[in-house]
Write a protein that binds this ligand. Structure first.
Ligand SMILES: [Fe+2]
Length: 203
């Protein structure tokens, strides 16, 4: 058994602590228990080559700002900053209701999960960064999802009203629900965590 990288270990502990002190409902608690159960042990940093996009340059200053704003989130930000160049950064195609500036206006960075700094398939934990005035497409996926807002910005589930959980706000997206997000006049940064339920064996 190889040991988890100290960079990822520090992030997991800070994320656990930041999320456990947030006020959350039962569904969020249960999803987080699944995520942190899956990642109780890990493996070394992925050696894959990393590509970063211009929008990724917005992440570090936002994290630096958080360090001065809030102790709980500041501790998390401190562990994320040295990990940024190790994340699996990707951009996705647009989709329903995406803004025209979406492609250059966003990136997602996998921290723990497929192609992530810790490459594995039983969980997805990562970041999304968006430039100001960008609308992320409406999308859905079978796994439930927990978001931790690391900046202001708005989210929507199904046809419900848009809401801003506020910096440090935590909420749950049930499995399969259609959801999207949009930034306002400032960049938007969010951490997301998805427990992946294994597909039943087809044998
Ligand atoms: Fe999602």
């Amino acid at each position: 058994m190889h040991d988890r990288s100290p960079l990822v270990s520090a992030f997991v502990e800070a994320a656990r602590s930041a999320l456990s002190s947030a006020t959350v409902d039962g569904a969020t608690k249960s999803a987080l228990a699944k995520v942190f159960g899956s990642i109780s042990s890990g493996r070394p940093l992925s050696a894959s080559r990393r590509e970063m996009f211009p929008v990724c340059a917005l992440v570090d200053p936002l994290l630096e700002e958080l360090e001065g704003k809030d102790e709980r989130l500041g501790d998390l930000a401190k562990t994320l900053r040295p990990l940024l160049s190790h994340l699996g950064w990707r951009r996705r195609e647009g989709g329903p209701n995406a803004s025209d500036n979406f492609m250059d206006g966003h990136a997602t960075g996998m921290i723990i999960g497929p192609g992530g700094a810790e490459d594995r398939h039983d969980v997805w934990v990562g970041l999304t960064i968006m430039r100001p005035n960008v609308r992320y497409p409406d999308h859905s996926h079978p796994p439930e999802e927990v978001y931790l807002a690391l900046s202001n910005g708005e989210f929507r589930q199904d046809e419900a009203e848009w809401f801003d959980p506020g910096i440090g706000g935590v909420f749950h997206s049930p499995p399969g629900i259609v959801h999207g997000m949009r930034s306002g006049e400032a960049p938007m940064l969010a951490l997301w965590l998805l427990p992946i339920v294994p597909k039943p064996s087809t044998s």
